[in-house]
Design a protein around this ligand. Structure first.
Ligand SMILES: Cc1ncc(COP(=O)(O)O)c(C=O)c1O
Length: 347
């Protein structure tokens, strides 16, 4: 098709993790939550069906009110999206002109680079330091850099930059800094206070991980009110549907379900980290719902395949300028036990 823009023809699209048919594998490859969402979600979706003949509330007001009281922010500071990927797209479209640069750490979430290329912009990848922090080059102000993404905790490492480091980065970088907190509910600290203290910080969150709603597609961002007004112009009018707004609102209101779920995942992550190290893996300390590991002798690709052949799906990742390894999502205790029972024969 010769009418396609050059920028699109010359790029690879983003490839999401494998989604095999239900029940085929113990699925530890795409950082989903292994537990079901709050029972309140089901009731809310059923109740919302009656409202389907009408268009949804384009600003997802019920969710913003509920989230604002949980997060202690103003509802006017919140913008909702069809998953946080939708918000990352909206932010790229709003801030980045074709030909400009979009800064990201390396290694990090591969979608950022795709979004830059889609926009006709140049990805400006800056390697993380040996301590997994944004480097001085990442934090440096530079002409032409119009947006920076900082996943915190990061994927695929699971590491987190302390709030003071993110704050110092925001103060020096000279462009909007998007702190992508997709995994922050599994971490020890978050950066929401920076939205008030640094005028260029925007925090994005998702209900896909800690609220067990990856299939629903719902995320939100917290930004200065005057910026949210501008971002509303960029989003699709109805980027969240009636069912997803009802479900997300019910989920965020059930904080006790959420807390219990999060506690279990963090405990299982600790157990998995210790067990993998005993088996000769080097494991990066993670604050997310996954761990990155490499074995001292067994290759990551053969290990991935052998586990898959035995019904356990993890993520094999190879970063050409960094490393290859396995990213293992935290499953239920039973799922992690099944993985751990296979590994001694394979390494
Ligand atoms: C760092 C990071 N940000 C954002 C997302 C997207 O999440 P969502 O399901 O809300 O689109 C992911 C998904 O894996 C992620 O790893």
């Amino acid at each position: 098709m010769s009418f396609i823009r050059k920028a699109i023809k010359s790029m690879d699209g983003y490839t999401p993790g494998e989604q095999p048919g239900q029940g085929k594998f113990i699925k530890l490859n795409t950082n989903e939550n292994p537990y079901p969402p709050s029972p309140a979600v089901k009731a809310a979706v059923i109740e919302a069906i009656e409202r389907l003949p009408r268009y949804p509330d384009s600003l997802a007001t019920s969710f913003r009110l509920a989230a604002a009281s949980v997060l202690n922010v103003d509802p006017e500071q919140i913008l909702c999206g069809n998953g946080s990927d939708d918000l990352l797209t909206i932010l790229t479209r709003a801030f980045v002109e074709p030909g400009a640069k979009l800064r990201l750490p390396y290694p990090s979430y591969v979608l950022y680079k795709t979004l830059a290329l889609l926009q006709g912009a140049e990805p400006d990848e800056q390697p993380l330091t040996a301590d997994w922090l944004p480097s001085a080059a990442f934090a440096a102000s530079q002409d032409g850099v119009q947006l920076a993404f900082l996943p915190n905790p990061n994927s695929p490492t699971g590491t987190r930059a302390p709030r003071e480091v993110v704050e110092a980065t925001a103060k020096s970088i000279g462009c909007p800094l998007i702190v992508d907190e997709a995994y922050v509910d599994f971490a020890e600290e978050h950066c929401l206070p920076l939205v008030d203290s640094c005028s260029n910080v925007i925090v994005t969150r998702t209900l896909s991980k800690s609220y067990a709603l990856a299939g629903l597609r719902f995320g939100y961002l917290v930004a200065p009110t005057e910026l949210v007004v501008e971002l509303r112009k960029v989003k699709d009018s109805y980027n969240c549907d009636t069912l997803s707004i009802a479900a997300a609102t019910a989920a965020i209101m059930d904080q006790s379900w959420f807390e219990e779920n999060r506690r279990r995942i963090v405990a299982t992550r600790q157990r998995l980290t210790v067990a993998l190290r005993e088996l000769g893996f080097s494991v990066i300390d993670s604050e997310a719902n996954f761990v990155w590991c490499e074995h001292s002798s067994a290759g990551a690709q053969p290990l991935f395949q052998q586990l898959k052949d035995r019904g356990v799906l993890v993520r094999y990742m190879k970063y050409s300028r960094w490393r290859e390894g396995l990213r293992i999502s935290i499953g239920t205790d039973e799922q992690i036990d099944a993985l751990l029972s296979l590994l001694p024969q394979l390494v």
